[in-house]
Structure formats: structure tokens, C-alpha cells
Design a protein around this ligand. Structure first.
Ligand SMILES: [Zn+2]
Length: 162
């Protein structure tokens, strides 16, 4: 058997500064990840080369530090607020698929949230409860989950270290 010319190409980690807008967007998403899933290490940008190894064709994904990613690549069109939305959605795909759990979750309703651009800034949106008076709501701007994720319940039980 000869080696396949279409063998799985090596992925590479994108260097900081190659895609500054995505770096910035990912930093915001990683802040939310750190608050909501503190056991996870920060996500990073992972590039898969094009089929012929052409760097021009490479596809950049939001991945775990071991290179795992899932879902659609980021597209070069993503810029500004659009980049934040695109990166947040890509991060959500990767995290959700890897961990088999909704992320991020609204702590008020226990529901997985979605990116919305209906707010002043790209934000995490929750569908709310189905009962009247508890409608869909914007939970937090992307990158600012820490503003709503600090539990105020004094009786919250914590696992004490040994
Ligand atoms: Zn909610």
C-alpha cells in the first residue's frame, strides 16, 4: 500500500497575532469559559490546512488545547462584532460536542444559551421558562458572564478541599 495523497493533514496552532480580531473574540469567550467551566483550559485557534496543504485554503477552528475541534471553521469575513459572534458560536460547537453538555448554561433557567446580536453587543440569550412572566432574556454580553455568574446564595455548599 502506498501512502494516501489525501492522508489526514497535520493541524497547527494559530500564533497570536495572525488573526487579531479572532484572538480578541476568543479572549472574551475564554473569560466566559473560565467562569462557567473553571476546570477547562482556555480554547485556542487551530488551523487545518487545505486538502492540498495550501495555507491559503487552511480552515481555522476554535479548538481545545489538544487540537480537538468540532463544527464549521471561522471565515475570514468575521470582523468586529461579527467576529465575536462567529467565534462564540464556534466555541460553543466545540465545547458542546466535546463535553456532551450544553454550554453556556443560564443559571436562572438551566438552559443552554445562544448567541444573539439583538442586544447592544453580541450576547448570550436564554429562551426563558415557558410560563408567563418568565420570558426569554439576554443573560450577559459575551465575555461578561462573570457579571451574572457569581452566586449570591450564602448557603451554597462547596466541596471542601481535603
Ligand atoms: Zn435564563
Amino acid at each position: 500500500m502506498s501512502p494516501s495523497p489525501f492522508g489526514l493533514p497535520d493541524l497547527r496552532f494559530v500564533t497570536t497575532g495572525e488573526h487579531p480580531l479572532w484572538d480578541e473574540a476568543l479572549a472574551a469567550v475564554n473569560r466566559d469559559l473560565a467562569v462557567t467551566l473553571p476546570e477547562q483550559r482556555p480554547l485556542c485557534l487551530v488551523a487545518h490546512p487545505g486538502l492540498d496543504g495550501d495555507e491559503e485554503d487552511e480552515r481555522v477552528h476554535v479548538g481545545f488545547p489538544d487540537g480537538y475541534s468540532h463544527g464549521n471553521p471561522l471565515w475570514r469575513a468575521g470582523s468586529g462584532a461579527g467576529a465575536l459572534r462567529v467565534v462564540a458560536e464556534a466555541a460553543q460547537e466545540t465545547v458542546t460536542e466535546r463535553l456532551w453538555q450544553a454550554w453556556p448554561v443560564c443559571t436562572l433557567h438551566g438552559l443552554g444559551m445562544h448567541v444573539t446580536e439583538d442586544a447592544a453587543r453580541p450576547s448570550w440569550w436564554c429562551a426563558g421558562a415557558s410560563r408567563p412572566g418568565d420570558p426569554a432574556h439576554v443573560r450577559a454580553a459575551i465575555g461578561e458572564m462573570d457579571t451574572v455568574h457569581r452566586p449570591r446564595r450564602p448557603n451554597r455548599k462547596r466541596r471542601k478541599p481535603r
